[in-house]
Structures are given as C-alpha cells and as structure tokens.
Design a protein around this ligand. Structure first.
Ligand code: AMP
Length: 192
C-alpha cells in the first residue's frame, strides 16, 4: 500500500494516516514531523526550516524532497507507506513519481480529505487547546494568524495536486467533515 494523504492543514491527514498505517502495517511518514524533529535537534535542515514553518510558508522543495528520499530508502518503507504532508507542490509530486518509477513502484492512491475552511480553523484551535490541556506546548504554527498563511500556502501551491492526481486516475476524494470513524470507513471502502 503506497498512499498519499492530501488536504489542507487540519483536514485530518495525520489522524487518518495513523489509522491507515496501523491497518496496512506500513509506516506513516509525515514531513511536518520530520521537519519539527530537525528543528528540535537544531540540525542544518531544522535551522533552515524553523522560520518558514513558524511563518506558515513552505520549506524548499530540495530540503523536503531530500528528507523524503532518505526516509523512503529505509527498509521499513520498502513494502509501502502512508505519506502525510508530502507532496505539497507540483515539483515534489514530480520528484515522488521519479523516485517511485526508479524502483518500479507506483502510488496505490491519493486520498484527498475535503473540509470547509471554517472547520479547519476550529480544528487547529482545538488541537492547540488540547495540547495546553495536556500540559504540552502547542505547535508553534497552530495559531489563527499562522493558520491563515498555511491555508494560503495550500491554496497557492498544493491545491493543484488534486487535478494532477485526478488526471493520473489516482485521486480518491473523501468528505473529511464526517465523524472520524466514518471518514476512516469511507477511505477503506474507497480503497477496496
Ligand atoms: P504539517 O505538520 O504537515 O502541517 O507541516 C507543518 C509545516 O511544515 C508546514 O506548514 C510547512 O511549513 C512544513 N512542511 C511540511 N511538509 C512540507 C512539504 N512537503 N513541503 C514544504 N513544507 C512542508
């Protein structure tokens, strides 16, 4: 199973990606998690990415493609993967196609989660509040101002990927506004 989770911030890519990862026993690969780990470890990638993430922009294609290329080459990703948050640009999508072609693989499907913008803002605010309630620090980009920029980055660079994958015949569009179990069931049904 080789899946891409597509959708704006707060659409549920992480939650659904985790469920699919358990269901199909393949790793969930989140470029956001990889970049946040790099920021925390203050690696050169982290230092280059920190300000971009905090501003709600997109980290450069070269950096992100390099991270994904390295991660996909590891043993646990050989049988499949759930990509969460990658690709986010046409250049990244083309690089992913090249990577997969070079190992004679292809994507099983691209799962697009459709959620209204108003609900996305609510969800991200809720995620920040839940972190505070747990005594954890919310993500530095889970605030209304950065969220607006993240949505703008999505509209500007990522939304075109729906068409790109539709034209490849791989796009599966799912209503991401139903309850979380229903969304999982809808994805599984669409994949069979
Ligand atoms: P996420 O956890 O997927 O919401 O990603 C958090 C932030 O990391 C994004 O707002 C971007 O700044 C950066 N990021 C994650 N994935 C990518 C990507 N594929 N391309 C560029 N930037 C990314």
């Amino acid at each position: 199973m080789r899946l891409v989770m597509l959708g704006p911030p707060g659409a549920g890519k992480g939650t659904q990606g985790q469920r699919l990862s358990e269901r199909f026993n393949v790793p969930q690969l989140s470029t956001g998690d990889m970049l946040r780990a790099a920021v925390n470890a203050a690696t050169p990638v982290g230092l280059a990415a920190k300000n971009v993430i905090d501003a709600g922009g997109l980290v450069s294609d070269d950096i992100v493609i390099g991270c994904v290329q390295e991660r996909l080459s590891r043993e646990d990703a050989k049988r499949g993967f759930i990509l969460d948050g990658f690709p986010r640009t046409l250049a990244q999508a083309a690089a992913l196609d090249d990577l997969l072609n070079s190992s004679q693989h292809r994507l099983t499907a691209v799962v697009e989660l459709l959620v209204d913008e108003e609900l996305l803002l609510d969800r991200v605010q809720k995620r920040a509040q839940e972190a505070l309630d747990r005594g954890a620090t919310p993500r530095s980009d889970d605030n209304p101002e950065t969220m607006r920029q993240r949505l703008a980055s999505y509209a500007e660079s990522t939304a075109v990927l729906s068409n790109f994958y539709y034209n490849q015949g791989r796009l599966v569009s799912i209503d991401g506004m139903r309850d979380v179990d229903r969304v999982t069931a809808d994805i599984l049904e669409a994949l069979t």
